[in-house]
Design a protein around this ligand. Structure first.
Ligand SMILES: NC(=O)c1ccc[n+]([C@@H]2O[C@H](COP(=O)([O-])OP(=O)(O)OC[C@H]3O[C@@H](n4cnc5c(N)ncnc54)[C@H](O)[C@@H]3O)[C@@H](O)[C@H]2O)c1
Length: 326
């Protein structure tokens, strides 16, 4: 197995002053990358700012013989995103990979969600991904090479209570991954998302506010997974996706409990309504179990056009049958 290295590569990691981002930064640096350690240094709820988080990680990297520079801009503004990538260009002359990782939580039940919870969470998780990635993408386009990793969440892909703001932002990153991967591939820019689990400050914030019915679902022997709470159990997939060795794009990769897996948007074979007229709502009710059924497996469309291919193929298979609507 060839060693994954980042010699002469420059990687920017947002929110790298603690938690997952810190672990990513240390590993990229160990593997030879010059690293931009971005962190605003605020609280777990996104208040305040401090240079110390980013500074400490940069000091750790230099002490271990690596190369890094600190950046304290907020990812939540367009100017902040621009400044992070300018920091990479000014300090190291290029940008090869961006790991969008910064963020915080403001959990609240939906009926009480105000602008302070909505706007700031959408800004830091979703809009920030545009603000930071766009200036990097333009440079990557010119050089014909780039790797983008977004940090999504199981809350966005699968759901959790009291996180409609966060889940919507994190699911938005999956849409961004899907679409940007299609644009990026012709420029050598590969775009993927990770769905991590780690016992960071952010996760502690979440568990305090966790909904009773979800806590009830946790297995009594869940403690055996405790070692895998370390952020280092997530970093390997991020480093791989950001590396030259990676050839995958438009993928969502879960890292939970030391298990790495692909998360896919899947479509059941469904129920085919009549061709000659639209189905009725009553027919939908009658066939709802068929629509939901995974008995025949799933289609895994790669884009909006691809979704239609099996639909046409199965329609054609039905040609000659007594009724296409049954
Ligand atoms: N820990 C988990 O289980 C988990 C699960 C799913 C997704 N995530 C995601 O992983 C990412 C990292 O989270 P973590 O668990 O390491 O949390 P963390 O709180 O340990 O680290 C997040 C870092 O982001 C920084 N940050 C916050 N707002 C910023 C801003 N505007 N600009 C720059 N930096 C900012 C913080 O200062 C902090 O250092 C987040 O996007 C989070 O949503 C984490």
């Amino acid at each position: 197995m060839s060693q994954i290295t980042f010699t002469d590569r420059v990687v920017a990691i947002t929110g790298a002053g603690r938690g997952l981002g810190r672990e990513h930064a240390l590993d990229f640096a160990r593997r030879g990358a010059a690293v931009v350690v971005n962190d605003l240094g605020g609280t777990g709820a996104g208040a305040g700012a401090s240079a110390s988080a980013a500074d400490e990680v940069v000091a750790e990297i230099w002490a271990a013989g690596g190369r890094a520079v600190a950046n304290y801009d907020s990812v939540s503004t367009r100017s902040g995103g621009q400044a992070i990538i300018e920091c990479a260009m000014d300090s190291f002359g290029r940008i090869d990979a961006v790991v969008n990782n910064a963020g915080f939580l403001r959990n609240k039940v939906f009926e009480d969600l105000g602008d302070a919870e909505l706007d700031d969470i959408i800004d830091v998780h979703l809009k920030a991904a545009f603000y930071v990635t766009q200036p990097a993408y333009r440079v990557m386009q010119q050089q014909g090479y780039g790797r983008i990793v977004f940090t999504s969440s199981a809350s966005g892909a699968f759901g959790s209570p009291e996180q409609t703001n966060y889940g919507a932002a994190k699911a938005g990153l999956l849409g961004l991954t899907n679409c940007l991967a299609w644009e990026g591939r012709k420029h050598g820019i590969l775009v993927n998302a990770v769905l991590p689990t780690a016992g960071t400050r952010l996760a502690k914030e979440m568990s305090q506010q966790w909904h009773e019915e979800m806590v009830g679902d946790i297995h009594p022997d869940a403690a055996i997974l405790a070692p895998t709470n370390a952020p280092s159990y997530v970093t390997p997939v991020v480093v791989y996706l950001a590396s030259e060795q990676n050839t995958a794009t438009r993928g969502f990769y879960s890292a939970t409990g030391g298990r790495f897996a692909k998360v896919v948007p899947a479509v059941t074979h469904g129920w085919f309504g009549p061709l000659e007229r639209p189905a009725t709502a009553e027919e939908i009710a009658e066939h709802f179990a068929d629509i939901e059924s995974d008995e025949h497996g799933y289609d895994l469309p790669e884009n909006v056009i691809d979704e239609g291919r099996p639909v046409l193929a199965r329609r054609l298979q039905q040609t000659g049958s007594a009724s296409v609507g049954t």
